[in-house]
Design a protein around this ligand. Structure first.
Ligand SMILES: [Zn+2]
Length: 480
């Protein structure tokens, strides 16, 4: 569908669009509007406070526990600050606490010129290209790749009109989603979410899916991709468990991160009222299905999904007119999108590999500092980017993408397998040039599910603090 709208011009890190042109014409916003500007913490708390939760709703439990535990961990907080703390996501709490203390925004509100937005617009014309450079796109959109890309895709599919989404609520939702990713995580940040969303779009366009998926499936797939790592703390589930983080307690040490990402997304649905015009049962089932997609990204359940996928492919019994089968394929597509870094061209793949490894190593540094056992793959003295990647490709990515190519035997699948083979060979070549390090990576990745989970902090990694400094504070202490 041909869509014509103007890309919003956004300031760095804190999006404050001066105007957005809808498909029908211009919608103007005052730059002082709190809708898109720096969130007013008092307004946020009122908004969240205005949402009524059914007592049987798990989200309510989550919000209440979050409030209770936040109170415990912030005994020194003053009244208003404490109220805000218990109601905001961790990321937005950090922003708001700066505002409350009168600390000015450190990031200059630099506005990009027309050349940049023009180039970003050009890039979006090739958004279905597997070589799409999300890093460049993020620069051209002034750090707003996730908002811009998701908004574009929803428009391109005509989903805004079809689901009668309020443009203001949608924009506000996307701004909040992007803000709730931690920009100081080397890997699990909004650019990763944008990258996964772009990959998901490529898979949704594959012939088998394109001819079977409904608009609802596509809406769900795009939203799940954009929110699948929401409020990711940059450490993994084992770290949360061993530091007695309250999220681990809340989710009983099971899919801790994925449950948190999902509940955070549901919180934003309700806070912005994005689907408040739908019948309650429809929005509830949408929230449930979003959860089912996000929970599928838990890498510790990789073998369950892969086995089910193999059985379906062996028996040739996938029938995409069947809703549950389509949902299963959406889960598999999201899983592929989430770990598709090794399937990208080398220059992109290499950057992702370096970023994820740095995030592992930062966790290892914190563990060492606090005299905790260093998690597998997190010790910078014992691992390299290359050995982690070779192990990950061999034991996690290759088995998944081989099955995906059986399901969807297309040019894209062959391209992905081709890149993965070349990337693995490149890492092997680089490894041979370097002094060999321990075999920890291979042993960890080839090990049990639980150990494998440590490899890919993507889905397993979890929680809730702000930058490196706050990450150094094990849970129970302050900011988380
Ligand atoms: Zn992810």
């Amino acid at each position: 569908m041909e869509v014509c709208y103007q890309l919003p011009v956004l300031p760095l890190d804190r999006p404050v669009p001066k105007h957005v042109l809808s498909r029908r014409g211009a919608i103007s916003f005052s730059s002082s509007s709190s809708l898109f500007g720096a969130p007013d913490p008092r307004q946020l708390s009122q908004r969240r406070g205005a949402i009524s939760y059914d007592s049987s709703d798990q989200t309510a439990l989550y919000i209440r526990m979050l409030a209770r535990l936040s109170c415990v961990s912030t005994s020194a907080s003053s009244g208003p600050e404490r109220r805000v703390h218990r109601l905001l996501s961790f990321q937005r709490y950090l922003h708001s606490s700066r505002l409350l203390r009168g600390v000015p925004q450190q990031i200059p509100l630099h506005i990009l010129d027309e050349d940049y937005t023009g180039q970003a617009r050009c890039m979006l014309e090739k958004v279905g290209n597997w070589n799409f450079d999300i890093f460049l796109f993020d620069k051209l959109t002034n750090g707003n790749s996730l908002i811009t890309l998701t908004f574009h895709l929803l428009n391109q599919y005509g989903l805004v009109e079809l689901f009668r989404l309020d443009m203001v609520k949608l924009w506000r939702f996307l701004v909040m989603v992007q803000e709730d990713y931690h920009s100081d995580n080397p890997y699990h940040n909004a650019v990763h979410a944008a990258d996964v969303t772009q990959a998901m779009y490529c898979y949704l366009r594959e012939p088998l899916l394109a001819k079977s998926l409904t608009s609802y499936d596509i809406l769900l797939g795009i939203l799940a991709a954009a929110t699948h790592d929401l409020d990711h703390p940059g450490v993994n589930q084992p770290f949360l468990i061993k530091t007695d983080h309250y999220l681990a307690t809340l989710y009983r040490n099971t899919s801790v991160l994925e449950n948190h990402h999902w509940k955070s997304a549901v919180g934003l649905f309700r806070e912005t009222g994005l689907f408040s015009h739908l019948p309650a049962e429809d929005s509830l089932s949408m929230e449930r299905e979003l959860g089912s997609l996000i929970l599928a990204t838990d890498i510790s359940r990789q073998n369950d999904y892969l086995s089910r996928f193999r059985v379906h492919l062996d028996q040739e019994d996938l029938c995409l007119s069947n809703y549950s089968h389509r949902h299963f394929i959406l889960q598999m597509a999201l899983k592929c999108a989430d770990i598709c870094n090794p399937c990208r061209p080398w220059e992109l793949s290499k950057q992702w590999s370096e970023r994820v490894t740095e995030e592992f190593f930062q966790q290892g540094d914190i563990e060492k500092k606090h005299k905790l056992e260093v998690s597998p793959l997190c010790d910078r003295q014992k691992n390299t980017v290359g050995n982690i990647q070779i192990g990950f490709i061999t034991y996690v990515a290759e088995p998944l993408f081989a099955e995906w190519a059986r399901f969807s035997d297309t040019r894209l699948s062959q391209t992905m397998l081709g890149h993965m083979g070349l990337n693995k060979a490149s890492w092997s070549g680089l490894q041979q040039e370097q002094t060999p390090v321990s075999e920890e990576a291979e042993a960890s990745i080839a090990g049990t599910d639980t150990e494998g989970a440590a490899v890919r902090r993507d889905s397993t990694t979890a929680t809730a603090t702000g930058g490196t400094s706050s990450k150094e504070i094990p849970q129970g202490s302050s900011e988380s």
